[in-house]
Ligand binder design. Sequence first.
Ligand code: FES
Length: 115
Amino acid sequence: MHGDWLDIGPKTQIEPGTARTLPVEGGEEIAVFHTMRGEFFALVNACPHKQGPLSQGIVHGDVVTCPLHNWNISLRSGNALGADEGCVPTIPLRVDAGRIYLKRSAVLSPRAVLA
Ligand code: FES
């Protein structure tokens, strides 16, 4: 696969229930999540509350709980859930033949490796 999709590596590099970060030169760090259900999501790695590192949060279902003040953020939409309000940008992601791809146009000048 090529064109507008950026290969960031094999999906096996992210354990289920965890996330890894992707540094972006000149842009905001991206967190790539692997849920216990086997889904993958990519979001800007900054909580909509006070920029907590979502990659270090607890993943449950398709939600991550921010490690700083426990806001729940939908991995699917980037929206804060419950009484909290805010939204973090999501990055289109697809998995093909065991590799993870991010929408290139949604990522500014990325280094093509996970940190
Ligand atoms: S920074 Fe995430 S809940 Fe406060």
